[in-house]
Write a protein that binds this ligand. Structure first.
Ligand code: CS2
Ligand code: MG
Length: 402
């Protein structure tokens, strides 16, 4: 079998997605997600202009050699654009391999290690009362784990809380919007949110919270300590993780479990975090961390240090990544939890898939390969529209982390 043709599809059924399709000379094709929220066309060009010409004629089963060829052969290494492009190729090749062997990808990763993949939902509200109600709605939907985010008194907007009641969609069309931020208001507010949620729903539901890279290590230590009475499943992205040893400071002050990794894209970016056990969950994903070939390396390294996976799964990761994440989550031993932000109806129609949600767990299905497809005719009805993630500033105007 040889790679005969490959091309990139860019569409926007409510938000932008970039999908690589690799076709073989035996009529089998594979799909890979290449979506990088707010920088989509950079990855589309990296694939179309630089990677695809090098794939034609290669053996699609040679996933390791092709991964190394694209990683080392490019000379310039790492970073979200490069690793998302490599990820898309890798996902498509594993999809082809599963289809050619007539087996779901989880069987190529070690087979089923569990009956289902536990997922967590996003609950939010403009204030504590709305957020608590939304946690309740997700518990009623069957979720066993819920992330809670709420508006902060005195701030017009904040990460994770949509304006109005539409589902939260982080990218906005047009130029980046700007929001204002106060760490002090946030630190005073979040423990009150979780006190209310635990008071209302008790201790069984797993609760998570995303700081979204906005605290210094010592501020994160303070928040982690303040949240200890509420036994969170994890506190996510407490501080920017470029400085991996910053997490040591947090660790010294709290037993609240820590998770990071969604903006990181190679094993080198999480190596110290894992080997020092400064985190409990690693959130790197198929689409931004080099696909199955690399994510398996990260998971196996993490397993040596009691670190489990908690892969990112927001709506800006396409159903191709969601499908792959569920195959991955079914098979690897040190699986922790999988994020699940359901896509909108248009996206579900453009990417028909076999995966499903039931009673707090998701199941990838048993179709050969990834079990997801791309309806290109329908996708063509949703042309790309440039969109950006918001920009955040402190109250005094200093540019800050969003
Ligand atoms: C968030 C994301 O899901 C999460 O944990 O961090 O919503 C993130 O903001 C977006 O994926 C960015 O594109
Ligand atoms: Mg996050």
């Amino acid at each position: 079998m040889k790679i005969k043709h490959a091309y990139v599809n860019v569409c926007s059924p409510g938000r932008n997605f970039v999908t690589l399709k690799i076709e073989t000379d035996e009529g089998i094709y594979g799909l890979g997600d290449a979506t990088l929220n707010g920088r989509e066309l950079a990855v589309a060009s990296y694939l179309s202009d630089h990677v695809i010409p090098c794939l034609i004629g290669r053996d699609p089963f040679a996933t390791e050699d092709i991964w190394q060829y694209l990683y080392r052969g490019a000379y310039w290494r790492r970073g979200p654009v490069t690793m998302s492009a490599i990820a898309a190729v890798d996902m498509a090749l594993w999809d082809i391999k599963g289809k050619a062997l007539n087996t779901p990808v989880y069987n190529l990763l070690g087979g089923k290690s569990r009956e289902g993949v536990m997922v967590y939902a996003h609950a939010h509200g403009a204030d504590i009362e709305e957020a608590v109600d939304d946690v309740g709605r997700h518990i009623d939907m069957g979720y066993l784990a819920v992330r809670a985010q709420s508006g902060i008194p005195g701030l017009d907007s904040t990460y994770g809380v949509p304006k109005g009641h539409q589902p939260y969609e982080p990218a906005e069309r047009g130029l980046p919007s700007e929001s204002r931020w106060s760490t002090e208001k946030y630190l005073r507010h979040v423990p009150q949110l979780f006190a209310k949620v635990r008071e209302q729903f008790g201790d069984d539901v797993h609760l998570l919270h995303d700081c979204h890279h906005r605290l210094t290590p010592i501020e994160a230590g303070r928040l982690g300590k303040d949240l200890e009475p509420f036994h969170l499943f994890w506190l996510e992205d407490p501080t920017p993780a470029e400085l991996q040893e910053g997490f040591r400071v947090i660790r010294e002050h709290t037993t609240t479990p820590l998770a990071t990794g969604e903006v990181l894209n190679t094993i080198w970016d999480v190596k110290e975090l894992i080997e020092n056990q400064w985190i409990d969950y690693v959130r790197t994903t198929l689409v931004h961390a080099g696909g199955f070939t690399h994510l398996k390396r990260i998971a196996d390294f993490a397993a040596l240090y009691h670190v489990r996976t908690g892969c990112h799964g927001a709506t800006d990761l396409s159903p191709v990544t969601m499908a792959g994440a569920l195959h991955f989550g079914m098979a690897i031993h040190n699986f922790g939890i999988q994020e699940h932000m359901p896509h909108n109806e248009e996206t579900e129609a453009v990417f028909p898939h076999h995966y499903r949600f039931e009673a707090g767990y998701m199941y990838p299905g048993d179709a050969p390969g990834l079990g997801v497809d791309l309806d290109e005719k329908l996708a063509a009805k949703y042309p790309y529209e440039r969109a950006y993630l918001p920009v955040n500033r402190k109250l005094d105007g200093t540019l800050f982390d969003w």
